[in-house]
Design a protein around this ligand. Sequence first.
Ligand code: FES
Length: 125
Amino acid sequence: MPGLALWRCDIAKIKVLQLKEIPDGGLKMVTAGGQDILLARTGEKVYAAQNSCTHLGGSLSRGTLEGTVVTCPRHRSQFDMKDGKVLRWTTWPSAVLLFAKLVKPPRPLKTYPVSVESGDVFVEV
Ligand code: FES
């Protein structure tokens, strides 16, 4: 068709739940596009990231949320849900942590775009 740009798009916008299903200041895990996604709510804003901690795979939905900072329940690594940035890599003693960082360097969380429309939460995966 002339003038029509065609491209392949593998990104899907998926309704995962309603905003009211996530308590304000809370975490919730959903599955979308075959992936476990962590949702974090602060007020009317929702953030999404991979649920699996990049350290050793802890389930971040079982962790805690303060503002936009999620803390892993296993070794207390912290990530900013806004961009997945590593804020703390475990709470291990410095000598152990130094070795651990050499073996497994800190990696940010993969994050996903989120939108809230008419009370429904959508994630692009
Ligand atoms: S598995 Fe999350 S900090 Fe170790």
